[in-house]
Design a binder for this molecule. Structure first.
Ligand SMILES: Nc1ncnc2c1ncn2[C@@H]1O[C@H](COP(=O)(O)OP(=O)(O)OP(=O)(O)O)[C@@H](O)[C@H]1O
Ligand SMILES: [Mg+2]
Length: 257
């Protein structure tokens, strides 16, 4: 048996928010192991704590329990875990595309202009963007902004990319194109992805593993997605997996009402 290469381990994660002195438990006792280069897609009803979970992993929230990356406890943000958001406005509006990508690289100590430009061009090409280095975010479409955000994240060579519904605000055609691009990137980059979506098809197309969460971070479904990539709705096993994920989500939504 081959040894598992665990990049992320979450042990007994608990997260509560306090409102006017009242404690609201959002994640009760969440445990997870993610293997290196896995593409984990997480589905779950609105409000079940998906974003909160991702924010804890990213180090943006205080939490109880343990979150370990390569065996090391993580309590603060770091370049080993980079988050890509749904919001189109995650780039600095006053900086050009290249300055947006290069800013965190400079903070990491890369100072050589040629090297910074090389990295910028390399990662923009990976998301099929060329020749837009000098443009400002307001000159880009929503899809282009998301591509730049992904390029910016990848350029830092993180261990884990955390994506919170990055395509939810895009039109169907742009979304499908970006899906294909991210799938290709994930197959070529040495990086682990945790990807939150409300879209079952997106989860099946991208994920090497799919998970359905219920309220308080309860795990309803957690399984390997063995459908051969590239996945289409005509792929063997697609309908079956789609129905199981759909039914688990329906169950949860029904219980919330
Ligand atoms: N900063 C905060 N302060 C207080 N409560 C919060 C805070 N952030 C989130 N919550 C609450 O935590 C719960 C889970 O929120 P979260 O954003 O993690 O859900 P989600 O699963 O990402 O939902 P969606 O699918 O709608 O994005 C919600 O009830 C929300 O109101
Ligand atoms: Mg959310």
């Amino acid at each position: 048996m081959t040894e598992k290469n665990i990049v992320l381990e979450i042990k007994h994660l608990k997260k509560a928010f306090y409102d006017n002195g009242f404690e609201e438990e959002i994640v009760a006792d969440f445990n997870l192991q993610v293997e290196k280069n896995e593409f984990l897609c997480i589905l779950g009803p609105s409000g079940c704590g998906k974003t909160t979970l991702l924010r804890c992993i990213a180090g943006f929230e205080k939490y109880q329990g343990e979150i370990l990356v390569n065996g090391q406890l993580k309590k603060e943000p770091g370049v080993d875990r980079i988050m890509v958001f749904q919001d189109f406005n995650q780039l600095f509006p006053w900086k050009t595309v290249e300055k947006n990508i290069q800013y965190p690289l400079k903070q990491q100590g890369i100072r050589d202009k040629k090297e910074l430009d090389r990295i910028t061009a390399e990662y923009l090409a990976k998301v099929n963007l060329n020749g837009i280095q000098k443009k400002y975010p307001h000159q880009l479409s929503g899809g282009m902004k998301q591509r730049v955000a992904i390029a910016k994240a990848l350029a830092l060579k993180p261990q884990i990319i955390l994506m919170d519904e990055p395509f939810a605000a895009l039109d169907a055609m742009t979304r499908n194109k970006l899906l294909a691009e991210v799938l290709l990137i994930s197959q070529n980059e040495d990086c682990t992805f945790i990807f939150i979506t409300h879209n079952i098809q997106e989860a099946i197309v991208l994920g090497s593993r799919v998970m359905v969460l219920a309220s308080k971070g309860e795990v309803k479904i957690d399984e390997k997605n063995t459908i051969e990539k590239p996945v289409t709705p005509a792929s063997e096993g697609y309908g079956n997996l789609w129905k199981r994920l759909h039914d688990a989500l329906e169950d949860e939504s029904a219980q919330e009402q």
